[in-house]
Design a protein around this ligand. Structure first.
Ligand SMILES: Nc1ncnc2c1ncn2[C@@H]1O[C@H](COP(=O)(O)OP(=O)(O)OP(=O)(O)O)[C@@H](O)[C@H]1O
Ligand SMILES: [Mg+2]
Length: 262
């Protein structure tokens, strides 16, 4: 009899892969309509596994996944998509040999009658895709591919969106552009749960954040509070206090980037 206020609300989520120990050991997270929520955590913490359990690619052993108040845990990925969830996995999220337009058509395959109108919306939102509509997806840049993958998910008019490391492997400029789009999509009223390694910048554009460690919630709060948490800074953000400038951080990427906060 809980009042599930958030548009997407996950509680007590447990699950993993066949015949292995559970990877996700009890996770709770959620996002309101219009909210951009970042999920960070060490490699192997179970972030991608959690998204697969939420989207139905893996079947949860325990827990609830509410979308618009409806518990969809354990349903098929198609049924969960129909309930309003879009999922953009990190890899293999587009069809390389198909054109941009054909990829958008795949994103609309459950409602082919809506294709024309929604493709027009996608081209208005992402003008680059309109320019490249006849181009094979495999010849897009990394950033353009991520935009196409997001546009495909949006073709189904989801009310909530899961994004797994949308900026992985992108240049800082392309990542910045993608975060800008993601911010705007949330502002239209979509609830977004976004796993990111690019912790500092993703926190700087997000409303709230969850930190997962070893398959469990470790910390949550406003994105600002998480970004300023001393333990989190040390663990994930390459953070030393800005006053103690040590030179022992050889091999650390972008120490100067990390310190550059808006
Ligand atoms: N297909 C699979 N079969 C069995 N175990 C898997 C599979 N995929 C991932 N795992 C295991 O599950 C654990 C969590 O992996 P997961 O991909 O969820 O982590 P993550 O938090 O997304 O990490 P990263 O930051 O590296 O993306 C790891 O120990 C991994 O080896
Ligand atoms: Mg992952």
């Amino acid at each position: 009899m809980n009042a599930h206020k958030r548009l997407i609300e996950v509680t007590g989520l447990v699950g993993g892969y066949a015949s292995a120990e559970q990877i996700v050991k009890g996770v709770a997270m959620g996002a309101d309509a219009g909210e951009l929520v970042t999920i960070i955590g060490p490699n192997g913490a179970g972030k991608s596994t959690a998204l697969k359990l939420i989207s139905g690619l893996l079947r949860p052993a325990q827990g609830h996944v509410y979308i618009n108040g409806e518990d969809v845990a354990g349903r098929s990925p198609q049924a969960i998509a129909r309930a309003g969830l879009g999922f953009v996995p990190q890899e293999r999220n587009i069809f390389g040999s198909l054109s941009v337009a054909e990829n958008l058509e795949m994103g609309c395959r459950f409602e082919p009658g809506a294709f024309k109108e929604r493709a027009a919306e996608a081209y208005a939102r992402f003008p680059m895709l309109a320019d490249k509509r006849r181009t094979a997806a495999k010849s897009l840049s990394g950033g353009q591919r991520q935009i196409l993958a997001m546009a495909m998910a949006l073709m189904a008019k989801p009310s909530a969106l899961l994004l797994d490391e949308p900026t992985a492997g992108l240049s800082p400029k392309a990542a910045h552009e993608l975060f800008d789009y993601i911010r705007r999509i949330a502002a239209e009223g979509i609830a977004i749960l976004m796993v990111e390694q690019n912790a500092l910048e993703s926190l700087s554009v997000s409303d709230r954040a969850y930190v997962l460690v070893d398959g469990r919630n470790h910390l949550e709060g406003t994105a600002e509070a998480v970004a300023n948490d001393p333990d989190i800074r040390r663990l994930f953000l390459g953070g030393r206090s800005t006053s103690s400038r040590q030179s022992g951080a050889a091999g650390e990427t972008s120490a100067s980037d990390s310190a550059k906060q808006k």
